[in-house]
Write a protein that binds this ligand. Structure first.
Ligand code: UD1
Length: 440
């Protein structure tokens, strides 16, 4: 009981080899929720084997949805009876319950979901989701236990999001497809995973129009049917392994994620001097003989530099020549993982000013959302606790280039978001082993 699972990482040299990324962690769970809306069976192909899928499957089963998972294939069908309450035991595990509100209102006229979790990267509020459902006619009550909503039938309406939130756009899509009448959403997120979800709903019979200027028009239909889809490759995982090759001076060929999902990421790395090989089979980046150069990078909504790419980038900055700057504009507290990297010798300082780009929403707040990073730093092994999925991966990268052994705690975070990360890293040559250590 007083022991926890840890990863031990020893100095390993360059990581080399091939990685095949599967469908995205951020896409698969939303598709699973969308499949609830279909009258028949839906099949999701190329699904990653990640903790997030199992958490979502368990929640769906608790609601009376049949879920069968076999390797990369997930089959989902509605059972004869729907229980509209997500059990309290799923409190705080991930962000998916909030996305179930709309579908449950359609299936049962009421819904209860426990308070959502996800990574501790900011307040991660749910006000956009709740406001949108209220605008569509739902009565919503929020307590310290969770969110209860009821509605006879959701009504199409005009919604303007204060910020193009991925999750809120997905909530609105999954609520509007079966609502009465037309919903016009302005300032919608246009991330590839959002568009992919819209395409899946279209296959299920939804009437969705993706218009210019972040506008989505959805005409509610009476019913949806099951559909089948192949998930596109995870762009976060793809970037993370490209960074793993670069930071260790090795070469990781990433298969399964198309170039068009990584345009800004590729250009950012290329500006730092990374040499790319891109063909129809794989993407690969290598460090030039003189080493990588520093950069100033600002995270943004799509098609900007994705916020989830900044954690591996930060480790790359520590191994690039000179001073780099990172400005996080999507989540106010995404830099929570910096202390773990500092413990490993990364020279990173965080600021509440907007550095490396124009003023963002966090200007004039106390949110430490900019970082200045000095390279090249000599990293040392350390005993660190991983605060979230993406930070977890970056700690592995730092440990891979550190002198001395590292102990990583909280590795379940990495397993929630990456497909078989332990086996993948071992196959690339990382000197990695599993063990246990007394809790700290
Ligand atoms: C999703 C992704 C996450 C990614 C993020 C941005 C999943 C499971 N996670 O998170 O990996 O980093 O998109 O691409 O798909 N906000 C509010 N109120 C709300 C909802 C959001 O203020 O009701 C704010 C958030 O605090 C944040 C910003 O909007 O500052 C963007 O968040 P959002 O796009 O909703 O992120 P998620 O969907 O949670």
């Amino acid at each position: 009981m007083n022991e926890e699972e840890v990863w031990h990482i020893e100095p390993s040299g360059p990581l080399r080899g091939d990685v095949v990324v599967r469908g995205s962690k951020n896409g698969v769970s939303k598709h699973m929720v969308a499949a609830m809306l279909g009258g028949g069976e839906s099949t999701i192909h190329n699904a990653p084997e990640v903790g997030e899928v199992h958490i979502t499957a368990a929640m769906l089963r608790a609601l009376g949805i049949e879920v069968e998972i076999s390797n990369s294939e997930i089959r989902i069908a509605r059972g004869p009876e729907i229980n509209p309450r997500v059990p309290a035991e799923y409190t705080g595990l991930n962000r998916i319950p909030i996305l179930m509100l709309g579908p449950l209102l359609h299936l049962a006229g009421e819904a209860f979901v426990p308070l959502v979790g996800g990574d501790p990267i900011g307040r991660r509020p749910i006000d956009f989701h709740v406001d949108a459902l209220r605008q569509m006619g739902a009565e919503v009550e929020i307590s310290d236990k969770g969110v209860y909503a009821k509605a006879k039938r959701l009504q199409g309406t005009r919604i303007v999001l204060p910020y193009p939130s991925v999750g809120a756009t997905e909530t609105i899509l999954m609520s509007a497809v079966l609502a009465e009448g037309k919903t016009v959403l302005k300032n919608a997120a246009t991330e590839p995973e959002v568009v992919e979800l819209a395409l899946f709903l279209q296959r299920m019979g939804a009437l969705i129009e993706l218009s210019p200027d972040r506008r989505i028009v959805i005409e509610g239909v009476e019913r949806l049917h099951g559909a089948s889809t192949w998930l596109a490759g995870d762009r976060i995982e793809a970037f993370s392994y490209l960074a793993a090759g670069l930071v260790t001076g090795g070469e990781v060929r990433v298969h399964g994620c198309h170039q068009d999902r990584l345009v800004t990421a590729i250009t950012t790395l290329a500006r730092m001097g990374a040499q790319f090989e891109i063909n129809d089979e794989y993407l690969c980046a290598t460090k030039p003989p003189e080493g990588l150069r520093s950069a100033a990078v600002q995270t943004d909504t799509h098609p900007g530099f994705m916020t989830d790419w900044q954690t591996p980038l930060m480790v790359l900055f520590t191994q690039s020549q000179g001073m780099s700057v990172l400005h996080e504009t999507v989540f106010e507290n995404r830099l929570v993982y910096v202390p773990a990297l500092q413990k490993m010798g990364c020279e990173i300082e965080v600021f509440d000013q907007c550095l490396g780009g124009p003023a963002c929403r966090y200007h004039d707040t106390n949110a430490k959302h900019s970082a200045v990073v000095r390279g090249v730093s000599k990293l040392r092994g350390a005993d660190v606790t991983l605060p979230d999925i993406r930070a977890g991966f970056s700690a592995v990268l730092a440990a891979a280039v550190a002198d001395g052994a590292s102990v990583l705690r909280g590795v379940h975070h990495i397993e929630r978001g990456y497909h078989h990360p332990f086996e993948q890293f071992v196959s690339l040559g990382l000197n990695l082993s599993k063990g246990t250590a007394p809790r700290v």
